[in-house]
Write a protein that binds this ligand. Structure first.
Ligand code: PMP
Length: 420
């Protein structure tokens, strides 16, 4: 294997290599990255998630505090005193685990309260939501359960990997990112061929930060008798006047058939949910979705989510502050001459293109105290490497100014603005 041209994806399956040989080749790749100081993954943090993070010493990384853009905790709720207080009180009352899966003893009133709050947050009646233990399984487990080979999943090319896992047992067609004509062509061709036709999109896309053309996609999906699922992991708390994501942004909150999402971003916790306009579907998933029925339910830590949901309405200042930060930071990056694409959310990509330069930029940013995520293939296509950043309401102007200065310096050294 030529490590200079390898990527993580290349180790998924190597013909004739058993699992141990594959793992050995993979270790060789990691060592190559470490030796060449491009090991920007799995960095060890020694403080909590936030706009500043302390990193442990590792290779070229010095122990110390870094300005951080790696937490998707957009409103800063992982550190909100009210959320922490609710979690501590919850743990005092319930202990640290649920002890069983939901059908056989692991369904507690704090789960029911959370389900009710999620249903209400999305303006649905009680019984409209199910809580999974990750956002990943909210997609993968529910889709595996719902879509069979007689059905079709029509997915935007840029949906999250959890969706791709969920549609492994059904027919799949991908449409060009946010391309309505392409979607319509596929829907028209599928109309009489498949049982359930499910169109699957994100509300806000996780790597470019752009927003789905939700209104048009909804109309066209329903026109051809399809069902729309929107994963708005990155939109909730960020877009829409009261933080209800892309559905609120386009004023179609009540019309989207299925909404999925995560607790690991704006809600500052871990877990995920699915909301449906059809309550029978929720009950069906509760009993038939294997990763729900045969897996322990969420720990009392999710009591923090119930508090965070209230805070979105009680303290709208966080969303407002987040948008001040987004607008300030985007302008600063554009003034430097950097390419940030079509982002309309708290996800800010600085597009570099070249994989090597991208890694090098990530390293230089870190060396100068700014912690970001260099993203490359297979998360994005080879030519689309970028530095990905998540903005938070709790970033200060000083954090943003310091980061912009470092970007200016890195750009002068590497000419990243011109290499896309
Ligand atoms: N959907 C999207 C769009 C995501 O970006 C992610 C990744 N965090 C997930 C789902 C999975 O969520 P979780 O981290 O809760 O598993």
């Amino acid at each position: 294997i030529d490590f200079t041209k390898a990527s993580f994806k290349d180790f998924e399956n190597i013909p004739d290599f058993d699992i141990f040989e594959r793992a050995k080749a993979h270790e060789g790749y990691l060592n190559y990255l470490r030796e060449n100081e491009f090991m920007n993954y799995r960095l060890l943090a020694t403080s909590g998630c936030g706009p500043e993070i302390e990193l442990a010493e590792d290779g070229y990384i010095k122990k110390g505090d870094y300005i951080s853009f790696v937490c998707n905790d957009y409103l800063g709720f992982t550190q909100h005193p009210e959320v922490k207080k609710a979690v501590i009180a919850g743990i005092e009352k319930y202990g640290t685990g649920a002890g069983a899966s939901p059908l056989i003893g692991g369904y507690f009133d704090y789960h029911k309260e959370l389900e009710d709050k999620i249903s209400a947050f999305f303006k649905r009646p009680q019984g409209s939501s199910i809580v999974y233990t990750t956002g990943y399984t909210s997609n993968s487990a529910s889709l595996l359960c719902l879509l069979k080979k007689e059905d079709i999943a029509i997915v935007d090319m840029a949906v999250h990997s959890s969706v791709y896992e969920g549609i492994m047992g059904t027919t799949v067609k991908r449409f060009l990112h946010n391309n309505i004509e392409n979607l319509e062509r596929i829907l028209a061709a599928s109309k009489d061929t498949y049982r359930t036709k499910m169109v699957i999109i994100d509300g806000v896309y996780s790597q470019d930060g752009d927003i789905a053309k939700l209104k048009e996609i909804l109309e066209i999906t329903h026109k051809y008798g399809g069902v729309l699922l929107v994963d708005d992991a990155h939109g909730i708390g960020v877009i829409g006047e009261t933080g209800r994501g892309a559905m609120e942004y386009f004023d179609v909150l009540d019309q989207v058939d299925i909404i999925t999402g995560t607790f690991s971003k704006t809600f500052g916790n871990v877990g995920g949910y699915l909301v449906a306009n059809n309550p029978d579907l929720i009950s069906y998933l509760q009993f038939q979705s294997r990763q729900y029925a045969f897996s322990a339910s969420a720990s009392p830590n999710v009591i923090g989510v119930s508090r965070a949901i209230d805070l979105i309405d009680e303290e709208p200042q966080w969303q407002k502050q987040l948008w001040e930060n987004i607008n300030y930071y985007k302008k600063g990056l554009l003034d430097i001459g950097l390419e940030i694409g079509d982002t309309e959310s708290a996800i800010i990509p600085v597009k570099i293109g070249d994989v090597y330069k991208n890694s090098l930029a990530g390293k230089m940013l870190l060396e100068n105290g700014v912690y970001t995520n260099p993203i490359m293939y297979p998360a994005v296509s080879l030519k689309d490497s970028r530095i990905r950043m998540s903005l938070m309401a709790t970033h200060t102007k000083e954090h943003l100014d310091k980061a912009l200065n470092v970007f200016d310096y890195v750009n002068k050294k590497l000419d990243i603005a011109k290499s896309v």
